[in-house]
Ligand binder design. Structure first.
Ligand code: IMP
Length: 440
């Protein structure tokens, strides 16, 4: 600390919400820096489950400043609903601030996301259909509408007209959709503006104030490295950069302000949506892991594809993020398996071997994983709180992963509750409470 970035190092859904919630305990601010309500962060606290899509996971921590950074795309309907839900359950939301420069998801972005996927047919990406891609496309095309525009009716209307103009053809099938009526849309968004005005702020100044005072700031990533628009399995990716470097751009800080970068992974692999997944499993073992791990999307409810831990992809993710620590979640899900496989190499269609993550899409689509088999453990590990309490086979599994990717393990998840974790000394450096000595 003070600047700690937390990113997904697989295909999203690694358990980032829980890790952020834990780190937020020692943080003064938590900042979301990319993505939107395609994310779904689940936190289990005091027997209550919280599902957050836009609001930073630090919101459950009293007095932690929660910032939605400029790099996030905001659906104001989802945000106001999420605020209402939190307030109705007794959560104080006064510490939330939203960047005036964050872009807004508009009704036409949702329609275009649906239409785009329908048009792709069998080639569809399997997006969350939350309008994320079309919103980032408008941002890049300089046709985006930003949070600050909610506060000026004239500008808002002018920008909506300008944004709709080049989309006339693609929106023609929705010509009669009342959501696209200019007046209705403007009024709806002005209403959101009134409701959100008190939260709109210069979030960059707020982050820097915290960092200058030597306070701890957690930069909370969404999705994961392999869904990154530059570094992931393009085109089966999201439309933002979930890698650590994007924390700087999406929150308005420089690289020197980042001290630690935690990559969150599951002890196995999952993916939702289409695209290559070299270690994917099917059949009864996949079903068993899916059920035990509750592998259904927080945002869409879709069953997740499951597979073995892919260390080729993880080493790649460690490199492109400069990971300084790993948080390995859901280790308990693997308890009871006699043997556990980890992928250490890919084999291509023509027998070629790949030690590194292939950059060519066609190659990646046709590789399969080559595995090392490690012994499993039968013990229930959900009550372990120190590394020394974990069965030797579980410790060996973690050590194998850490050695292979050359990143120390900082935190181990052994159950869904927030207390079901094991901190290592590397985790203590990041604000966790170390409970054992001698671990990597
Ligand atoms: P989009 O982000 O909705 O455009 O979806 C693009 C791809 O990213 C799809 O494969 C989605 O399933 C995936 N995706 C987006 N957000 C998440 C997430 O939070 N967890 C896992 N997958 C995600």
């Amino acid at each position: 600390m003070p600047g700690i970035v937390l990113v997904g190092a697989q295909w999203g859904d690694e358990g980032k919400g829980k890790v952020t919630d834990l780190l937020a305990e020692h943080a003064h601010a938590v900042v979301r820096f990319q993505g939107g309500n395609n994310a779904g962060h689940t936190i289990v606290r005091d027997g209550r489950t919280w599902k957050l899509h836009l609001i930073p996971s630090g919101i459950l921590q009293r007095d932690t400043l929660c910032l939605i950074g400029n790099g996030v795309v905001v659906d104001p309907k989802v945000l106001t609903d999420e605020l209402d839900e939190l307030r109705s359950r007794g959560v104080d939301t006064e510490c939330l601030r939203i960047s005036a420069n964050a872009h807004l998801i508009m009704p036409y972005h949702l329609l275009l996301d649906h239409a785009g996927e329908a048009k792709l047919g069998k080639l569809q990406i399997g997006t969350t259909r939350r309008g994320i891609g079309p919103c980032y496309a408008d941002k890049a095309a300089r046709l985006g509408i930003r949070v600050q525009d909610l506060l000026d009716e004239k500008i808002l209307k002018k920008k909506i007209i300008a944004a709709l103009e080049p989309k006339r053809l693609s929106l023609r099938p929705f010509a009669k959709d009342p959501r696209l009526d200019l007046q209705t849309m403007t009024e709806e968004y002005l209403t959101y503006g009134h409701r959100l005005e008190r939260y709109i702020a210069d979030t960059i100044r707020l982050v820097h104030e915290q960092l200058e005072q030597g306070n701890n700031v957690v930069f909370e990533g969404a999705q994961g490295a392999l869904l990154d628009i530059d570094h992931g399995t393009y085109p089966f990716v999201t439309s933002s950069n979930p890698v650590a470097g994007a924390a700087c751009v999406g929150a308005g800080v420089g690289p020197k302000q980042i001290d630690e970068i935690v990559g969150v992974i599951k002890a196995y692999g999952t993916r939702v949506g289409a695209g290559p997944f070299p270690t994917e499993l099917d059949g009864p073992l996949a079903d068993e892991i899916r059920e035990r791990g509750g592998e259904y999307g927080t945002t869409t409810g879709r069953p997740r594809r499951v597979g073995w831990l892919d260390l080729v992809a993880l080493r790649y993710a460690a490199r492109i993020n400069s990971l300084t620590g790993l948080a390995v979640m859901k280790l308990d899900v693997l308890s009871g398996l006699e043997r556990i496989r980890v992928c250490t190499r890919y084999r291509g269609a023509e027998g070629a071997e790949f030690e590194d993550f292939p950059y060519h899409q066609t190659v990646l689509h046709h590789v399969s994983g080559e595995y090392v088999e490690l012994p499993g453990w039968a013990e229930d590990i959900t009550e372990c709180r120190e590394e020394s309490e974990l069965p030797p086979a579980a410790r060996d599994y973690l050590q194998f992963v850490a050695d292979f990717v050359n990143v120390p393990i900082a935190l181990i998840g052994v159950g869904p509750r927030r207390d079901q974790v094991v901190w290592t000394p590397a985790g203590a450096r990041m604000g966790g409470v170390a409970t054992s000595a001698g671990a990597r």
